[in-house]
Write a protein that binds this ligand. Structure first.
Ligand code: FES
Length: 158
């Protein structure tokens, strides 16, 4: 269930549109900010608030990679593996992150600090290979850069 604060934000958001259902994206953003991901339960709740079938909410959630369909760690690392990034070594970047974090794609560390995902183009092809961690982009990645990034997030070198 969304908190009272989140519910109020959703109500404010709905007021900006002539139709309730137009607030689906902003409502999903509010929900993800609060919960960290979009569960089936949240989808049902949003559908109820906006008076639309839950399938319509699901379609939006699945279309935008920004929405997490699973519970992710504090730092959600999303490596772009689309064409430009792939040509410039994103596979190696993914492998290196798997090794450094000791987890596979689609998994989270036991302490729930890090989750690793592969995603489609994040629109930063000119600075490939790149990844997004939460709201921030990290570009022109190398092993050294990744080491520094992980260190800044409290993941010590092993
Ligand atoms: S292909 Fe990776 S950002 Fe576009």
């Amino acid at each position: 269930m969304l908190s009272e604060d989140a519910r109020r934000s959703v109500e404010d958001s709905i007021k900006k549109y002539s139709q309730k259902k137009a607030a689906v994206l902003s409502t999903l953003h509010i929900a993800q900010k609060e919960k960290g991901w979009i569960s089936e339960e949240t989808i049902e709740e949003i559908a109820g608030i906006l008076d639309i079938p839950s399938i319509e909410v699901k379609e939006v959630v699945s279309f935008y990679t920004i929405f997490n369909l699973r519970d992710v760690g504090k730092y959600h690392i999303q490596v772009c593996t689309n064409l430009s990034c792939s040509l410039l070594g994103s596979r190696h970047i993914v492998n290196y992150l798997e090794k450094r974090l000791g987890l596979g794609v689609g998994k989270s560390t036991e302490d729930k600090r890090f989750s690793l995902s592969e995603v489609e183009c994040l629109g930063s092809c000119g600075t490939a290979p790149m990844m997004q961690i939460n709201e921030d982009y990290y570009e022109n990645l190398t092993e050294e850069k990744i080491d520094k990034i992980l260190e800044s997030l409290g993941h010590a070198q092993k």
